[in-house]
Design a protein around this ligand. Structure first.
Ligand SMILES: Cc1cc2nc3c(=O)[nH]c(=O)nc-3n(C[C@H](O)[C@H](O)[C@H](O)COP(=O)(O)OP(=O)(O)OC[C@H]3O[C@@H](n4cnc5c(N)ncnc54)[C@H](O)[C@@H]3O)c2cc1C
Length: 369
């Protein structure tokens, strides 16, 4: 009997659980370690903030997925791997022995160089932490007398989607005293996206009254303001951090080979380049042929990961995976409108939002409750 431990219930691992439910791996005992009993689908998070979805609409039940797959579910965080003993070390003190481990535990919040971030700002990751805190933040905005300034640090796709979603919610609730400001290091938001999409996003930000302060580097957070590298300050009643993906510290600390940023280096078989009995996929992995940290690539890694885990547990040959070169990005801009980008091509409209809504709902439905 082989022992396989899945660390994290991320986008690739939900596919592994579905594959196990459809066809169990022969003579393999599988365990999932995850701190929460559900997996929030981040693509639908802006729609939840806007008020279009209930949080249950955006969540996959890891309880149900593991039950259907005949997988043991240990609800705790992995704090490291003992690679010599072959054990997953858990925050609850347990050590779970394995022959093979697979890691899809996602990224951590990127708080580097942000003094006071933990005390005075709300990071969007872990997403469950954000989901727990958002109703309180909204309540603060509702009860605030005078202008309420919410600053979002970040100028990438997640930061913009959050800003548009929050603005939509503030408008729907008549909170005209709420002001949103995005602060980012780039001259224009959405660096790396096609020029026309960036221009459209800038126009939408302006139309919706969301300020964007580019070419700014935030270095510190205080209860009522942000401190910038140039010594200036930005007043804030609340600060949200959407500063991108950082690697969790424990993979490198466990001795797994990582890239310079701490993400687990894997080969095209999705095996760790230093410890082939450990697999990794999703944002926590550094692929041989690097790709942006994005849910699209985490989802796409699911089927090849499932097949290679099945193969390794059953003593069969593994197959290499080449991530697609391009990904379709659908970014909601509030008010049931969205932008789309595919390589250098971009478009936008209410129809793009309906398209995204359909894709997202089908993703959730695929893994059923
Ligand atoms: C607001 C927002 C909107 C986004 N929208 C999009 C989008 O529209 N399209 C897109 O492609 N990308 C989007 N992204 C990016 C996307 O969320 C990530 O790229 C994606 O979640 C990565 O998937 P993953 O499986 O690697 O990790 P995750 O989805 O983060 O899953 C990791 C899982 O592991 C668990 N876990 C974490 N730490 C541990 C631990 N120590 N031990 C055990 N389990 C652990 C977590 O609880 C979670 O269940 C968005 C991000 C944000 C913040």
């Amino acid at each position: 009997m082989k022992r396989l431990v899945l660390v994290g219930g991320g986008h690739a691992h939900v596919h592994v659980l579905a594959a196990l439910a459809a066809r169990p791996f022969a003579a393999t005992q599988v365990t999932l370690v995850s701190p929460y009993s559900r997996q929030i689908y981040s693509g639908m998070l802006p729609g939840w903030i806007s008020g279009y979805y209930a949080i249950e609409d955006c969540a996959l039940s890891l309880d149900s997925l593991t039950r259907r797959a005949g997988v043991n579910f240990v609800q705790t965080s992995c704090s490291g791997l003992d690679l010599k003993a072959g054990q997953v070390c858990c925050a609850n003190g347990k050590a779970i022995p394995f022959d093979y481990a697979s890691i899809d535990a996602g990224p951590a919040a990127n708080l580097a160089g942000l003094d006071g971030a933990m005390e005075h700002a709300l990071p969007v990751r872990p997403i469950e932490g954000f989901v727990a805190a958002w109703p309180g933040l909204l309540e603060k905005a509702r009860n605030h007398t005078g202008e309420f300034t919410l600053v979002i640090v970040g100028d990438g796709a997640a930061a913009l989607e959050l800003a548009f979603a929050m603005q939509t919610r503030f408008t729907a609730e008549g909170l005209s005293h709420a002001r949103l400001t995005l602060v980012g290091g780039n001259p224009q938001a959405l660096a790396g996206f096609p020029y026309l999409l960036r221009r459209k996003a800038a126009k939408l930000l302006a139309e919706q009254g969301i300020a964007h302060l580019g070419k700014r580097r935030v270095i510190g957070l205080q209860p009522d303001h942000l401190l910038l590298e140039d010594g200036s300050r930005i007043a804030a009643d609340a600060t949200l951090l959407a500063t991108g993906a950082a690697a969790p510290g424990w993979p490198a600390a466990s001795g797994l080979a990582t890239d310079d940023a701490g993400f687990i280096r894997v080969d095209p078989l999705l095996q760790s380049v230093s410890h082939p009995f450990v697999f990794a996929a999703g944002d926590v992995a550094a692929y041989a042929d690097p790709r942006p940290k994005s849910g699209v690539f985490a989802v796409r890694a699911g089927p090849p990961l499932a097949e290679n885990l099945r193969a390794v547990c059953q003593g069969q040959a593994l197959k290499p995976w080449q991530p697609q070169r391009r990904a379709l990005y659908l970014l909601s801009t509030g008010r049931k409108h969205a932008l789309a980008a595919w390589g250098g091509f971009s478009t936008s409209g209410a129809w793009v939002w309906r398209w995204k809504d359909g894709i997202d709902k089908r993703f959730i439905a695929q893994f059923g409750s």
